[in-house]
Design a protein around this ligand. Structure first.
Ligand SMILES: Nc1ncnc2c1ncn2[C@@H]1O[C@H](COP(=O)(O)OP(=O)(O)O)[C@@H](O)[C@H]1O
Ligand SMILES: [Mg+2]
Length: 333
């Protein structure tokens, strides 16, 4: 087994004028979950497509499970699985037929393909729906079916491209449980996500990617430390007084803070001083006569991480080509 199950060196990829990857270096140890965290357009899918041999890099190199993604593309395909946003599900086939078909693509004999399909569908609670066409499936069921398809070949390395984007909270938690189980069985997983909380829960290590570059890498705890623990989020009733309110509270935490010009939300990293800083903020704003619409301590989001790492908010790439309407809230200015 290679020391690193995934290793990339200075990966670059452009689409015309769009520099999707500007030199990406990653290392993923066996049997771990690695989170590639970044906003829309950051280069997550491009990275995944290169690592799964669907796209060739312009420059740099990458190995997965010891295979070079370009030179050894053919044998590599036998040891990887890919599931993602653009579900590879045929709407007009039943769940069972979908998975059987994938088995046949892996050259399994018909009875073996059927046996494997029944087993995998059972494992992901799709047995009852196995004989219904996929178009009758809910979003969560479709995503699970897509994941089933990616597991037919018993991959050593599994790529999950935003496996929970667009899912309802319950399906999202189910997906998290499945990912953890797969990791416990020894599968190496590279997971892309736009959500810090998801990477936080699932990933052993996280790389934060922004417009084609890795801007930070570490354990979830290390990354959150860079933000400074929790964040105090404040909204005032009168939007014209946001600046005044910010003036009162931005100096309270160990590391400044920021104002979202779109929503008027003021955020202050508070480290482990949350309750004390919250109390002081309320006191000051009350003294200044600024009415509060909302004030709360929360865990840092991807936005907060970006703000702490780059001093600017996460911006979408030039032309986000997928998921525009499900995109994260944007913060500009
Ligand atoms: N096939 C393509 N043609 C042109 N531009 C592309 C193509 N694929 C991706 N891009 C661009 O490359 C950048 C990175 O995209 P992508 O890897 O899909 O980001 P993410 O998955 O993080 O949202 C974006 O600016 C996107 O518009
Ligand atoms: Mg993507």
């Amino acid at each position: 087994m290679p020391d690193q199950m995934i290793r990339t060196e200075s990966l670059r990829k452009s689409f015309g004028d769009v520099h999707a990857l500007k030199g990406v270096d990653l290392e993923v140890e066996p049997a771990t979950v690695f989170g590639l965290l970044g906003p829309n357009g950051a280069g997550k899918t491009t990275t995944v497509r290169i690592l799964t041999t669907l796209l060739a890099p312009d420059e740099g190199r990458a190995e997965v499970a010891g295979f070079d993604v370009v030179r050894d593309a053919e044998p590599l395909r036998h040891v990887i699985g890919l599931a993602g946003q653009s579900a590879a599900v045929d709407e007009n086939l039943t769940g069972l037929e979908n998975i059987e078909m994938v088995g046949r693509l892996y050259h399994l004999a018909a009875p073996e393909a059927r046996r494997r399909a029944v087993e995998i569908l059972g494992r992901f609670e799709l047995s009852e729906a196995a004989h219904r066409t996929a178009k009758t499936y809910s979003g969560g069921m479709r995503r699970r079916l897509d994941l089933c398809a990616s597991l037919v070949g018993r991959p050593t390395v599994l790529f999950l491209d935003e496996p929970t984007t667009g899912l309802d909270p319950r399906s999202r938690i189910e997906m998290w449980e499945i990912i953890r189980e797969l990791q416990n069985e020894g599968t190496t997983i590279l997971l892309t996500t736009q959500y810090l909380d998801e990477a936080d829960r699932l990933a052993d290590r996280i790389a934060v990617i922004d417009v084609g570059r890795v801007i930070a890498e570490g354990t979830p705890t290390e990354l959150k430390m860079r933000v400074g623990g929790e964040v105090l989020a404040i909204r005032v009733v009168d939007r014209s007084r946001v600046g005044e309110a910010a003036g009162q509270v931005l100096g309270l935490g160990p590391g400044g803070g920021s104002v979202d010009n779109n929503t008027g939300e003021i955020t202050v990293p508070v480290g482990d001083q949350g309750p004390a800083i919250l109390t002081e903020a309320v006191r000051r704003l009350d003294r200044a006569g600024v009415a509060l619409a909302d004030i709360a301590l929360r865990r840092p989001t991807l936005d907060d991480v970006f703000m702490a790492l780059t001093g600017h908010a996460a911006e979408e790439g030039d032309q986000p080509k997928e998921n525009g309407k499900r995109g994260r809230r944007r913060r500009r200015g």
